[in-house]
Design a protein around this ligand. Structure first.
Ligand code: NAP
Length: 302
């Protein structure tokens, strides 16, 4: 069977694209490597999506998934590993199958960036986590540290402050990339301690994480005793499997304008893996709408 559109990634961009494509009466297959929802499922409380004053990332993702599948989008949990561009036919390969479509939308988002300290990988599940909402409950009443200065780190610190006894927020500068309104909320919390102009230089390990050594601008080292380390230092776009069919910039983001159209006819990109100024939930869903609309136009022109 040849689908009209294959969408790679079932995050907010991919599922929004599926909604728009189905409403344009196209057949749609969504391929997802992990679980639906993408990175937003890790956000405890979304407060900046129009109309919804408060909604959890998981509830948001579930609503989006339900809306897309109720409209008839087919979803398969298989990782797309390659796209073969055969002009008017695109073949998307997974480990098990080869799927065909007239157009493809790559909405793969981004994966967690590692901090890059020694033994970081070994300590995942032994005190190191990249997901506060997944693992925060293990640290009730304990001492944790969050590293990063973006919205993810700020929201993780806010979430953890309600669970843990003490939350250190370690950031390499004294200005935050994330929203100032969240910084202000954190400043009012008595159990949140800001550790600014500082980086984590090593993990202190006794079978599991028992502390971190932080280095300040002057190179002075301080040991913080902690039970858990939540790393939120940004994300890396997940485009490398498709570098053969779409152009990427130096940081690995897919080159496409606000129209989500790549230089390869019939291949579109949507969401956080695209070159863009503002990476927010609302811009990811907007990308989904734009990419699907342009994919539909492309198919109708064939
Ligand atoms: P981000 O905005 O890219 O922030 C990454 C942070 O990590 C920056 O503060 C950066 O420091 C720091 N960092 C990077 N590499 C580091 C290293 N090796 N060591 C120490 N610190 C390091 O990433 P994010 O917070 O994951 O957010 C990604 C996007 O999703 C953003 O656009 C964000 O606004 C959005 N987001 C939105 C929501 C929401 O809408 N509710 C929630 C979460 C995330 P510098 O600032 O010094 O570069």
């Amino acid at each position: 069977m040849m689908y009209d559109i294959i969408i790679i990634g079932a995050g907010p961009a991919g599922l929004s694209a599926a909604i728009y494509a189905k409403r344009a009466s196209k057949s749609v297959l969504v391929l997802e490597a992990n679980t639906y929802g993408g990175q937003i499922v890790n956000t405890p409380d979304i407060e900046n999506y129009p109309v919804e004053e408060h909604i959890s990332g998981f509830e948001f993702a579930t609503k989006l998934y339900t809306q897309a599948t109720n409209l008839g989008a087919e979803l398969k949990f298989e990782r797309a590993v390659e796209i073969r561009d055969e002009k008017e036919k695109k073949v998307v390969l997974t480990a098990k199958n080869a799927y065909e479509a007239k157009a493809v939308i790559i909405a793969t988002g981004a994966e967690n960036r590692k901090l890059g300290v020694e033994r970081e990988d070994d300590m995942v599940g032994k005190g190191v986590s990249y997901c506060a909402t997944c693992d925060g409950a293990f640290y009730r009443g304990k001492t944790v540290a969050v590293v990063g200065g973006g919205n993810t780190a700020l929201e993780d610190a806010e979430y953890l402050a309600d669970i843990a006894g003490t939350v250190y927020l370690i950031h390499r500068r004294d200005a935050f990339r994330g929203d100032s309104s969240t910084v202000e909320k954190l400043q009012k919390k008595e159990n949140v301690i800001f550790v600014l102009n500082s980086t984590v230089s090593s993990l202190v390990i006794d079978k599991k994480i028992v502390g971190v050594t932080v280095s300040n601008k002057e190179g002075e080292l301080t040991k913080l005793d902690i039970d858990g380390l939540f790393i939120a230092v940004g994300r890396i776009p997940e485009n490398k499997d498709f570098a053969g069919v779409i152009a990427l910039d130096d940081e690995g983001y897919a080159k496409a304008g606000e129209d989500c159209i790549t230089a390869s006819k019939g291949i579109f990109v949507a969401g956080d893996n695209r070159v863009k100024e503002v990476r927010q939930l609302v811009t990811a869903t907007a990308d989904g709408a734009v990419a699907a609309t342009n994919a539909v136009k492309y198919i109708n022109s064939l």
